[in-house]
Design a protein around this ligand. Structure first.
Ligand SMILES: *Cc1c(COP(=O)(O)O)cnc(C)c1O
Length: 427
C-alpha cells in the first residue's frame, strides 16, 4: 500500500528528533504536517506523491539558478568520480577563493567552512582574538546560525517559535552578547557610547532576511561602519543570504560599504553544505596555522561543495544584466499581489529587495523585529495552506523570505498570481 503523507512524518518522528533535521521544516508556524519532497527541477519542487509546486523557498536561498541546474549537477558528478573528500588541499579550493576575493573587494583572504553557522562562529572568535575584547553586539531578529553567542533574540525559527534565547546557553555566555533593535541608530549610538571599548564585534545582516525581509535604512549601515571604525570594533556583515543574491558579489558591493569581515554560505555552495569567512588580511592571518586563533574542519573546502559552488558562481558571473531582470520580475509579483490583497480588503505589506520578498499580514510599515511580529500569524498560516493547495510552495513561517531564481519563468509568475487570487477568494 502507498504511504500516506502522515506515514512519512510519523516514521521520521520515531527516529529523528521532531521528525526533522532543522526546526522550521516541521511547519510549527503554520500547523499541519510537513510534506516530504522527492525531487526538484528548475523552479519546481515535487513531493513524494508527485505533486508539483512552484518553489519560492529554494532550499532557503541557495538555489538561485533553480534546482538541479545541468552545469552544477555535471560539475558535482564529474568531481564525485574522482573521490568525495581527501582531507588535503585541492585546486578547487583556490579557484573558489579566487572567485570570492575577486567578487567582493573587502575580502582579501578567505577560509571555507561547511555551513553558515561555522562561518559566523569563526568570525566572532576571530574578532575577539583580534581585538582582545569579549562583548559582541547583534540586532534583534537577525539570525546568524545557531552558535551559542549568536542565538540571542535571533530570527528565523527562533523568532517563529518565540524562543527568547535558548536553554543550554549559559547566562555567562549570553551576557556577552548585546542585542539591539534593527535600524535604530539612536540605540546603536547609545550602546557604542556605553560599551564601545569592550565590543569586539558588531554583526549584522545588511539586509535582514530572517525576520521576513527588512531593508536597512539608508543611514543605518553607514553609521554602523562609522561607529565601528572609530571604536576599533570589527564590523561583520553576515551575507550568508545576500551574498551573490543581488549581484555578482555582496550587498556591500551595491552600497559601497566595506565591512572588516564577511560571512558567506548558501548560494556559494550551489546547494551543497558550505560556508565561508573572508575579510581583511590582517584579521584572517590570525587564523591557524599562520596565526594563533584556531579553526578547522574535516570536510571544509569539500570537493563536491567547491565544484557546485564554482559552477554556480561562474554562471552568476555571466549574469550581471540578468540580476536586474530578476529584480523586476520580483517587483512585478509583489505589486500584483499587493493589488490582489487591496481588492480583497486583506491588510498586507510586501517588503522586497531584488529577488527576495515577504508578505507581512498587516498594514506595516515593517522595519524591525517588533513591527514584524505585529503580523497576523494565523492569517499567514491560512494563506500558506491556500497557496500550497494551489501549487505554490512558500516558506512555512511569516518571518521568512521568499526567493526567486533565474529559473522562474513568466508563466510561473502568472501561475503564482492566479494561485494567490484563488487563495484570497476563499479567505
Ligand atoms: C542561513 C543563515 C545562516 C546559517 O547558515 P547555516 O548554513 O544554516 O548554518 C547564517 N546567517 C544567515 C543570515 C543565514 O540566513
Amino acid at each position: 500500500m502507498d504511504k500516506t503523507k502522515t506515514d512519512y512524518f510519523s516514521q521520521a518522528h520515531q527516529v529523528i528528533s521532531g521528525g526533522v533535521n532543522s526546526p522550521v521544516r516541521a511547519w510549527k508556524g503554520v500547523g499541519g504536517e510537513p510534506i516530504f519532497i522527492n525531487k526538484a527541477q528548475g523552479s519546481k519542487i515535487y513531493d513524494v506523491a508527485g505533486i508539483e509546486y512552484i518553489d519560492y523557498v529554494l532550499s532557503w536561498g541557495p538555489m538561485i539558478l533553480g534546482h538541479a541546474h545541468t552545469e552544477v549537477i555535471s560539475a558535482i558528478c564529474d568531481t564525485a568520480q574522482r573521490g568525495t573528500s581527501f582531507g588535503a588541499p585541492t585546486e578547487t579550493e583556490t579557484q573558489m577563493a579566487q572567485l570570492i576575493c575577486s567578487a567582493i573587494p573587502s575580502i582579501e583572504l578567505v577560509r571555507m567552512t561547511s555551513s553558515g553557522t561555522e562561518s559566523t562562529m569563526t568570525a566572532i572568535r576571530l574578532a575577539r582574538g583580534f581585538t582582545g575584547r569579549k562583548l559582541i553586539a547583534k540586532f534583534d531578529g537577525c539570525y546568524h546560525g545557531h552558535a551559542d553567542s549568536l542565538l540571542i533574540k535571533a530570527g528565523s525559527g527562533v523568532a517563529t517559535f518565540g524562543i527568547p534565547g535558548s536553554p543550554g546557553i549559559p547566562e555567562e555566555i549570553a551576557q556577552l552578547t548585546l542585542s539591539l533593535p534593527y535600524n535604530d541608530i539612536e540605540a546603536l549610538q547609545t550602546a557604542v557610547d556605553r560599551y564601545g571599548s569592550d565590543l569586539a564585534a558588531i554583526i549584522v545582516e545588511p539586509v535582514a532576511g530572517n525576520m521576513g525581509v527588512i531593508l536597512p535604512n539608508k543611514s543605518f549601515l553607514k553609521k554602523l561602519r562609522e561607529l565601528t571604525e572609530k571604536n576599533g570594533i570589527v564590523l561583520i556583515f553576515d551575507e550568508v543570504i545576500t551574498g551573490f543574491r543581488f549581484t555578482f558579489g555582496g550587498y556591500q558591493n551595491l552600497i559601497g560599504i566595506k565591512p572588516d569581515l564577511t560571512c558567506l554560505g548558501k548560494i556559494i555552495g550551489g546547494g551543497m553544505p558550505v560556508g565561508a569567512i573572508g575579510g581583511k588580511r590582517e584579521i584572517l592571518e590570525r587564523l591557524a596555522p599562520l596565526g594563533d586563533i584556531y579553526q578547522a574542519g574535516t570536510l571544509s573546502g569539500n570537493p563536491l561543495a567547491m565544484s557546485a559552488g564554482i559552477a554556480t558562481l561562474n554562471i552568476l558571473k555571466t549574469k550581471s544584466d540578468s540580476f536586474s531582470a530578476l529584480s523586476n520580475k520580483t517587483n512585478h509579483i509583489c505589486l500584483e499581489m499587493e493589488n490582489l490583497f487591496k481588492t480583497k480588503g486583506v491588510a498586507a505589506c510586501v517588503n522586497r529587495v531584488y529577488s527576495m520578498f515577504t508578505i507581512f499580514f498587516q498594514e506595516g510599515p515593517v522595519y524591525d523585529l517588533v513591527t514584524a511580529q505585529k503580523s497576523d500569524m494565523a492569517l499567514f498560516a491560512r494563506f500558506f495552506h491556500g497557496m500550497l493547495k494551489n501549487g505554490v510552495w512558500l516558506a512555512p513561517s511569516q518571518l521568512e523570505s521568499a526567493f526567486l531564481s533565474f529559473a522562474h519563468s513568466d508563466d510561473d509568475i502568472d501561475f503564482t498570481l492566479n494561485a494567490c487570487s484563488k487563495t484570497l477568494n476563499n479567505f
